[in-house]
Design a protein around this ligand. Structure first.
Ligand SMILES: Cc1cc2nc3c(=O)[nH]c(=O)nc-3n(C[C@H](O)[C@H](O)[C@H](O)COP(=O)(O)OP(=O)(O)OC[C@H]3O[C@@H](n4cnc5c(N)ncnc54)[C@H](O)[C@@H]3O)c2cc1C
Length: 252
């Protein structure tokens, strides 16, 4: 608890000044190692599909968080899978990537009724006007892609490759049947040649569209190198967002 904040009402007011507070309404298994988390009681969020929130995976008002040093890893970033402004509900889709890490521990401890604290939606990873949209990424990236594909106008052409470990790990993406799916099996998603090769193999229109490339850092840079270096796309037409990479903690 923050010094001087003896009543829970004070704690709440402090948090409400700077962050958004909601409650977990439901946790549902998602494909693969992911889980959907419905967070209710969050009215009036200004959210653009593709944006993310910074989730408090530790209680920054608790003395133990500061004393233990956990405050250094109190925030983790997750894309918003969907936001229902009528129901005041935000939905996340979080992967248990297997490491003993703060985000994974938060996910494993998550229960209906538990308070959730997060920063307002942020980020510039969102649809841009383009002749067509090109998506490339793995499981974690497909959370943001799901929101963006839902937001794309029906007539707007979409292309892309989604890589998952196995076929059963695919998130149900809107217009997912218009995308190419690739499976890496037991190989790592880090520095994935599977994804780069699949993007290289796509039949795309002559002119560039806008590419949205997200996921593991080395992989996304390799996809950009292919689009810019081999296909001649302008760098500004390739939006890249590194979500994680081996050995780094909390990329944003
Ligand atoms: C803009 C943005 C949006 C994101 N959206 C989502 C989302 O919607 N869903 C989601 O699940 N994740 C998402 N992520 C990724 C998530 O923030 C990271 O996976 C984060 O590292 C998780 O924190 P952690 O405490 O579990 O692990 P950390 O303590 O940050 O990392 C510990 C170690 O775990 C390993 N690791 C971390 N993430 C992964 C992974 N995905 N796969 C394999 N190994 C990993 C790395 O070796 C890392 O060094 C997003 C990231 C960003 C920047």
């Amino acid at each position: 608890m923050v010094a001087g904040a003896s009543a829970s009402g004070v704690r709440g007011r402090i948090l409400d000044l700077m962050f958004v507070r909601g409650r977990i309404e439901e946790i549902r298994p998602a494909p693969g190692r992911m889980r959907w988390i419905r967070v209710g009681g969050v009215p009036g969020l200004a959210w653009t599909p593709g944006q993310q929130v910074r989730l408090h995976v530790a209680d920054i008002t608790a003395a133990r968080t500061w004393v233990s040093g956990a405050v250094r890893h109190a925030l983790r970033t997750y894309s918003v899978w969907d936001y229902d402004a009528d129901a005041d509900v935000m939905e996340l889709c979080v992967m248990d990537h297997g490491a003993d890490a703060p985000g994974v521990r938060w996910l494993r401890d998550a229960r209906p009724g538990r308070e959730v604290v997060f920063g307002k939606p942020e980020g510039t990873f969102g649809l841009r006007p383009a002749a067509y949209h090109l998506f490339a990424g793995e499981e974690t990236a497909s959370v943001a892609f799901g929101a963006m594909l839902r937001a794309a106008a029906p007539g707007e052409p979409v292309h892309g490759v989604i890589e998952t470990a196995r076929p059963e790990d695919r998130l149900p993406l809107p217009r997912g049947d218009e995308l190419t799916w690739r499976h890496r099996g037991d190989a790592s998603a880090a520095g994935s040649q599977t994804l780069v090769d699949a993007v290289r193999g796509l039949e795309l229109p002559e002119e560039p569209g806008i590419a949205y490339v997200a996921g593991e850092a080395r992989t996304v840079h390799a996809v950009r190198a292919h689009l810019v270096g081999e296909r001649g796309w302008p760098r500004r037409s390739v939006l890249v967002k590194a979500f994680w990479t081996p050995g780094k903690r909390g990329m944003e």
